[in-house]
Design a protein around this ligand. Structure first.
Ligand SMILES: *Cc1c(COP(=O)(O)O)cnc(C)c1O
Length: 467
């Protein structure tokens, strides 16, 4: 008479769902997660084994129990997780752009976990305005008369065009009709707002007279869009902000600038000479300037509109603002981020600015320490080489930030496999592949993440020397 384990290995036999639920693992999962989840896990495991069965010919209980445990841990992991960004791209769009400062994080957690005076005036006990503190700070830092905050910069553009240009014409240079981040296209946002696009000039050259000739009684706005993620170089021309502002003012229309990245301070020392500083755009006479809160500013995802008080007041009354407004967590984090600028501690406190300003010598020191530890622990060729970090987030495509990279040549030369093992570690490590090597840029790795980075590399390298 065959014993149980022989029966389990009989080709074609997969234990029933009922058997799986009665197994040790099945009972344990049901006790911890409840019947419904245990049933779903058992079904998924049986399914997985059935599919593997034909290729591997094994359907025994212990394999299925192992699959059930694996499915249970995957279900317990939240899908949105912390990752280590070792790419050196500071404002990495796919990895969540800017990371918040410690202070901004603490304020965000506090706002999220408590009641707060979001729309309540503590002095009078009456209703207050959402975001008044952050908006006052923006006005102070940009020397604008007033400001209003929405969910992101795309929302800012939509709101502004809807309020001031619906059914009327907006003049934009052909060189600025750009697509940003794959899904933000100025002509599409314009169409959504009901404004009519009037293109002027050519891709590389637009003169003030081109704008002037296009102005007619239907024109509402002269708009400048910072091209962010690309540069046209060579034979180029475009009028200055002041020329555009003065033409708009003479013609009784608005000059609005979509600055995109939102530099509150001059970052030209870090190769970002092309990034408009918001205060300068305001000083040049822009009626409204729009920018993101989570690009160069280094705060939470948000869209900021700064400019003339009477125009901001009209935006506050637009019913669309109700749909585009930011939440309390964003206001808390934004206000704390702006406070660092007000105190003058922004380069120390705000991760985006700190990473931007870290020198290549500082990164070299960190890279060498980690590389020598790795050399002692893994069987792979490890060197420290010169390279470049990137600003990302559509800012400054030409800016190069010299850095030092830890370069790894895996024993089995399987770069994709190595990169995949790094991604599957916990927390996932995202690296770059360059010149037949895995490269890690510490510019975007915080010091507290270094031990986790080392552990992930050690474990990924062990598997490539086994192969
Ligand atoms: C990034 C960018 C936007 C979109 O900003 P989001 O905050 O991602 O909505 C709009 N305009 C310009 C010029 C940009 O660079």
């Amino acid at each position: 008479m065959p014993n149980d384990s022989d029966k389990d290995r009989r080709p074609g036999h997969i234990p029933s769902i009922d058997e799986l639920l009665r197994s040790d693992v099945g009972r344990q999962i049901e006790a911890e997660e409840g019947r419904t989840i245990a049933l779903a896990i058992a079904r998924e495991a049986a399914d997985r084994i059935r599919k593997a069965f034909f290729s591997q010919g094994s359907g025994n209980l212990s394999d299925i129990e192992a699959a059930m445990l694996e499915i249970r841990s995957a279900r317990r992991r939240l899908s949105l997780r912390r990752v280590i960004n070792a790419t050196g791209v500071i404002i990495h769009t796919n990895l969540g752009r800017s990371r918040l400062s410690k202070e901004a994080t603490a304020r965000a957690v506090e706002a999220a976990s408590s009641y707060c005076n979001l729309e309540f005036d503590i002095a009078t006990g009456k209703r207050g305005r959402r975001g008044a503190g952050a908006e006052a700070a923006i006005a102070e830092l940009t020397k604008a008369e007033d400001a209003v905050v929405v969910n992101n910069c795309a929302a800012a553009a939509l709101l502004v065009l809807k309020e001031f240009a619906a059914g009327r014409e907006v003049i934009i240079s052909r060189g600025e009709l750009v697509e940003i981040g794959g899904d933000f296209r100025i002509p599409d946002v314009l169409a959504q707002s009901g404004a009519i696009l009037r293109e002027v000039g050519t891709t590389n050259r637009t003169k003030i007279s081109d704008y002037e000739r296009a102005i007619n009684e239907r024109t509402a706005v002269l708009m400048r869009v910072h091209p962010s993620n690309f540069r046209i170089t060579g034979f180029t021309k475009s009028p200055s902000d002041s020329e555009l502002a003065s033409l708009a003012s003479r013609s009784g229309i608005l000059f609005i600038e979509d600055a995109g990245s939102g530099a509150l301070v001059d970052l030209s020392a870090f190769g970002l000479a092309d990034e408009p500083v918001i205060e300068k755009s305001i000083a040049c006479g822009a009626d409204l300037v729009l920018f993101s809160g989570d690009k160069l500013l280094g705060g939470p995802q948000s869209g900021i509109i700064a400019g003339r008080a009477k125009l901001i007041e009209r935006l506050r009354r637009n019913p669309l603002l109700r749909a585009l407004r930011a939440d309390k967590v964003v206001y808390a984090a934004l206000e704390a981020t702006l406070a660092a600028y007000q105190k003058g501690t922004h380069f120390r406190e705000i991760p985006t600015l700190r990473m931007l300003s870290e020198t290549k010598q500082e990164i070299d020191g960190r890279a060498r320490t980690i590389a020598s530890e790795l050399r002692n622990r893994v069987n792979a060729e490890i060197t420290v080489i010169e390279g470049n970090s990137a600003v990302g987030g559509g800012a400054a495509p030409n800016a190069s930030l010299p850095t030092y990279l830890i370069a790894i040549r895996p024993a089995d030369n399987d770069l994709q496999g190595f990169a995949e093992r790094l991604r599957l570690s916990s927390p996932p490590v995202i690296a770059r592949i360059s010149d037949e090597m895995i490269v890690l840029d510490l510019r975007t790795v915080e010091q507290f993440e270094e031990p986790e980075l080392i552990a992930a590399v050690v474990s990924a390298a062990e598997k490539s020397s086994e192969n």
